[in-house]
Design a binder for this molecule. Structure first.
Ligand SMILES: CC(C)(COP(=O)(O)OP(=O)(O)OC[C@H]1O[C@@H](n2cnc3c(N)ncnc32)[C@H](O)[C@@H]1OP(=O)(O)O)[C@@H](O)C(=O)NCCC(=O)NCCS
Length: 185
């Protein structure tokens, strides 16, 4: 299995992060703190430190080594500015061959189709190299941008879960969607 992807799209370079990327990850977290706050669990102050970024990167690489999850970092074409991240989490093999997808992008990079471009490449890698069969993505009903993105990526609604995730300190309902790998012709 290719554990160190480097995917190129027209406007992005997608790869795992290394320890050298920790300062850029910290800049990204701090710059987008208010932007992400309504859509994420509560973060304490330690989340906004270099030490936490170094540790998160190391833990992410270990999850990938164990085939448990794949945290991917979307940089600009020049591989310098972190624009977005997405995470193929909770990988289950056996009869299920599935994972959850989470994502977020810098406030200033929204509205240009960059997340869609990156996730299309990421999903091709997920269904191809990782050989997964099902990717599940869930969003709060009020998150219209996320809903539109998932529809454009071919995700289909499968259900509605009440008080599903604790976001910004409250248990929030989520719309459940999934994209299943197309059958081979
Ligand atoms: C959810 C999120 C990733 C969506 O970002 P986004 O930039 O809207 O997503 P896309 O890459 O699909 O871009 C689509 C937008 O770019 C526009 N666009 C401009 N040029 C484009 C192009 N070349 N191709 C496609 N879309 C383009 C589209 O019109 C669309 O704008 P609209 O929604 O106002 O109509 C982002 O809002 C975010 O990070 N939010 C905070 C965290 C979050 O909600 N995470 C998900 C939790 S479930």
């Amino acid at each position: 299995m290719e554990l160190a992807p480097r995917l190129h799209t027209a406007r992005t370079c997608i790869r795992f992060a290394g320890e050298a990327d920790a300062p850029e990850l910290l800049r990204y977290r701090v710059a987008n703190r208010a932007h992400f706050a309504p859509w994420e669990p509560l973060r304490d102050e330690s989340y906004f430190t270099l030490e936490h970024c170094v540790q998160a990167i190391a833990e992410g690489r270990e999850r990938a080594r164990l085939d448990r999850g794949y945290p991917l970092f979307v940089f600009d074409r020049g591989d310098r500015e972190l624009l977005a991240t997405f995470h193929l989490a909770n990988v289950v093999r056996g009869a299920f061959q599935a994972c959850h997808l989470g994502y977020g992008m810098a406030e200033r990079a929204q509205g240009q189709g960059i997340m869609h471009e990156a996730l299309q490449a990421g999903l091709a890698w997920t269904f191809g190299v990782l050989d997964l069969h099902r990717v599940m993505a869930n969003y709060m009903p009020c998150n219209e941008r996320s809903a539109r993105l998932l529809v454009r990526l071919g995700f289909e609604r499968e259900g509605y879960a009440k008080r599903y995730l604790q976001i910004a300190g409250a248990w929030e309902d989520h719309v459940l969607t999934a994209r299943v790998r197309p059958e081979e012709p």
